[in-house]
Each structure stands twice: as structure tokens, then as C-alpha cells.
Write a protein that binds this ligand. Structure first.
Ligand SMILES: [Zn+2]
Length: 100
């Protein structure tokens, strides 16, 4: 499945329309919190279960989004972090976990 459109909504959510016309909306905070890069994975692995992540606004604002091949998008955050490659199935699973 490929995205046909990717939008940012109110600087708070990433909204993806897929080529089957289904839609996925993911809060940016959640995207950053679950950044799949090696650095962030290691950081999360070291956190205790009571750790509450403190997000700076520069960490949850998107500066740029680029498509990576046919399988993922790469997000550059305002604080310069850009090593997270978000594969499409991962994005869909993030959205499905959300309880709004
Ligand atoms: Zn990361």
C-alpha cells in the first residue's frame, strides 16, 4: 500500500491517505515518541517503565518529510533529528494503536 497524499494537520497530526482511499491519522508527538531509529530505540530500551518522556516543541514539529523508496517516509524534525525512517506498515500500526 502506498500513500497518495501526506498532510500535516494543525501542526499536531500527520494525516495519510493511502492508495486504497483509507486514511491514517497519527499525532506528531506519538510519531516522535516512537521514532524507529537506532538511537531512539536504544534510549527507549534504557527507560524505566515509570519514565515520562518530556517533549520539546522543536521535537514534535515537522520540518520536512521525504519519501524513501517505495516503502517509507523520512521525517526531519525541527530539532534536526532525521534518522527515523517510518515504514508504511509501521505508520499504520501506530495509528491503529491510538485511542482517541
Ligand atoms: Zn530517532
Amino acid at each position: 500500500m502506498q500513500p497518495s497524499k501526506v498532510y500535516l494537520i494543525d501542526r499536531e497530526s500527520l494525516w495519510i491517505r493511502w492508495d486504497d482511499n483509507s486514511e491514517t491519522k497519527i499525532p506528531l508527538k506519538k510519531l516522535r515518541e516512537f521514532c524507529p531509529c537506532a538511537t531512539c530505540l536504544a534510549e527507549r530500551a534504557n527507560q524505566s517503565s515509570t519514565f515520562i518522556p518530556l517533549m520539546l516543541s522543536s521535537q514534535t514539529e515537522v520540518k520536512n518529510i521525504e519519501q524513501v523508496g517505495t516503502y517509507a517516509i523520512q521525517i526531519t524534525w525541527k530539532d534536526g533529528h532525521n534518522t527515523g525512517i517510518y515504514e508504511y506498515p509501521f505508520l499504520r500500526s501506530l495509528a491503529e494503536q491510538s485511542t482517541e
